[in-house]
Design a protein around this ligand. Sequence first.
Ligand SMILES: *Cc1c(COP(=O)(O)O)cnc(C)c1O
Length: 454
Amino acid sequence: MEIPYKTYLTENEVPDAWYNMRADMKVKPSPLLNPATLKPVTAEEAEHIFCKELVRQELDAETPWFPIPKEIRDFYRMFRPSPLIRAYFLERALGTPAKIYYKFEGNNTSGSHKLNSAIAQAYYAKQQGLKGVTTETGAGQWGTALSMACAFFGLDCRVYMVKCSYEQKPFRREVMRTYGAQVTPSPSMLTEVGKRINAEHPGTTGSLGCAISEAVEDAVTHEGYRYVLGSVLAQVLLHQSIIGLEAKAAMDKLGVKPDVIIGCAGGGSNLGGLISPFMGEKLRGENDYRFIAVEPASCPSLTRGRYAYDFCDTGKVCPLQKMYTLGCDFIPSANHAGGLRYHGMSATLSELYAQGLMEAKSVKQTDVFEAATLFARTEGTLPAPESSHAIRAAIDEALECKRTGEAKTILFGLTGTGYFDLVAYQKFNDGVMGDYIPTDEELEASFAKLPPVG
Ligand SMILES: *Cc1c(COP(=O)(O)O)cnc(C)c1O
């Protein structure tokens, strides 16, 4: 092991500013549109829904660096820097000449990278003097992260949790309640949009888009509350840039340059964060890298979606965003257990993909769990199913290196741990996990309902 198994930065080497990748894009992501006027959303309009400072970050595609406030840096000390790990044992099992590194973000109670943005969003809500925030959660990591962040700053936290996940993961719910959050299964009967969705789709197990609509309605109908979102938005990618900045600093310290950078893609926040500083170099013409977004075959927004304006939520109350989307009514098959269920993709990543600066591939659920199992048995960590999409793609790259004899350096994001995903692991271990892949007809039916913009 000429390079250590784990590389940590010192506390002083942890970056003190977030990097805004949009600043270096020549063609910027398209602006968010107000669905009523079809004009770009103004700060004033957005501030009814979101925290003021977060709106400022969202609408700023020019400023490259945002200093991280001291209170947030202090909180980061509890779980950052996160380790950059050389996957020696996985490499050995694969018999590959490739060198595989991963950045592990699961080392906190939320079990994922979500805490990086949750603490920032809670901080700005507190600064603004708000009473609390509302949000949605799918698999539960974001709700947990936000509950932790709200507990730290003494904010009220209301979480709408996608119903199938609420039922499948009662322990997730208890973690959130332990941190003081109020957790409601979505669609609920507490909001108008929840009642409508329940009436239109009786017995529905919910979706992220639908939970978002409920959380937004809750925020805008209660004084002193704002809505916060754990992925998709540019502000979230900004906060998550800490992942990539740390990874790059650690690799620079080792004198290693990755050839391929891989991340799983739900709404795009961990991937956007991981690739940020590397993509910045590519955009400025300083260095070249391959970037690969990995998504589930059951929810393939980049690889099979349309690049179009669409609602960020099923209830159609949020702004319109130009992104790769499966249509805001698309609900992935209930048999899909592996997270990454969002119908759209970050506008920034969508634009990078449209410009050919990033690749995307989709992987089947059973192949993902096969990779997860190999990873757990070799590297020791039980990975989250979401993260295991990236593991799958990293293994496939490494096996390709074995075939060609190339010793590429691969970096991937290990976004979290899988302790709350054991129902999914159980299905896989029992051999009853299926691979549902939507048909072209299903997707066409969903595209037909895209809003007629541009
Ligand atoms: C939420 C989550 C993801 C997917 O979200 P992105 O915004 O695409 O990063 C991936 N992995 C884990 C562990 C998550 O909790």
